[in-house]
Design a protein around this ligand. Structure first.
Ligand SMILES: [Zn+2]
Length: 251
């Protein structure tokens, strides 16, 4: 298998290393960035804003998404802005995706990847390769930790490899008023500590995507996520009375 980093690239290869763009003799490189935050912190909105800013400058980009909450291959923000996107599957080689665009006469300047926590470690490595070898600027957006407060594999690899790490500044608050940093998975008023890592649901009661879960039927009816501060995540304290208490709900 050839990789983008091979020496003596085929001159017809659309992903041959680009000539230096800065004229200084040092090769132009793209940057790999990871913007992260809890659910509902505005990551998708920021992703679409960055896409808008680049497109206005005449730069060509591609929007990618893993497991968007809409269930469609698009980036949908909670304030109602939506753009079509390309769905990344578990086995998608992101280098091939970019190569196809180049072959079709659509060279890319940047990639925007939403829900990047669901990427595999290998896919994050492919993004780093694209930044280094074909000067692509890559903007990844996602959640750092899962409902057990453990790093998602994609997020972990991004923390290890990214040039820039940026917490998203729109702060989501726990019901107590402290910064919310953890996405608690909640069913029947209890914080769940075990289960499948990837279960797509909303911060309102949602449908569970993975029917292999042993608690599937129960979760189908009641599962949701709630953002909590570390203390209340540790204690499993969802706050007083209202099941919706403390949630940022814009939709
Ligand atoms: Zn709290």
């Amino acid at each position: 298998m050839t990789t983008l980093g091979d020496t003596d690239p085929d001159p017809t290869d659309a992903l041959s290393p680009l000539p230096s763009r800065n004229g200084s003799g040092t090769p132009a490189r793209g940057r790999l960035r990871f913007c992260y935050g809890p659910m509902d912190c505005g990551k998708s909105t920021l992703a679409l804003q960055i896409n808008h800013n680049h497109a206005r400058q005449g730069r060509r980009g591609m929007l990618l998404v893993r497991h968007d909450r809409s269930g469609e291959p698009r980036i949908s923000s909670r304030i109602g802005i939506t753009r079509e996107a390309t769905e990344v599957g578990a086995d998608t080689d992101l280098r091939q995706l970019v190569r196809r665009e180049w072959v079709a006469g659509r060279p890319l300047d940047y990639l925007i990847v939403d829900e990047a926590q669901f990427l595999s470690a290998a896919q994050v490595e492919q993004l780093a390769e694209l930044a280094d070898e074909v000067s692509l600027d890559v903007y990844c957006f996602g959640i750092a930790t899962d409902f057990r407060s453990r790093l998602f594999p994609g997020a972990q690899r991004l923390f290890e490899l990214a040039d820039d790490l940026q917490p998203v500044q729109v702060e989501v608050l726990c019901w107590c008023g402290a910064p919310g940093r953890f996405n608690a998975r909640v069913a029947d008023g209890e914080v769940l500590r075990e289960g499948d890592t990837v279960v797509v649901a909303d911060t309102a009661p949602g449908v569970v995507e993975n029917p292999s879960s042993p608690h599937w039927e129960m979760e189908l009816a009641t599962l949701r996520y709630q953002v909590l501060c570390r203390r209340h995540f540790r204690l499993g304290d969802l706050g007083p009375a209202s099941p919706q208490h403390g949630q940022l709900r814009l939709t």
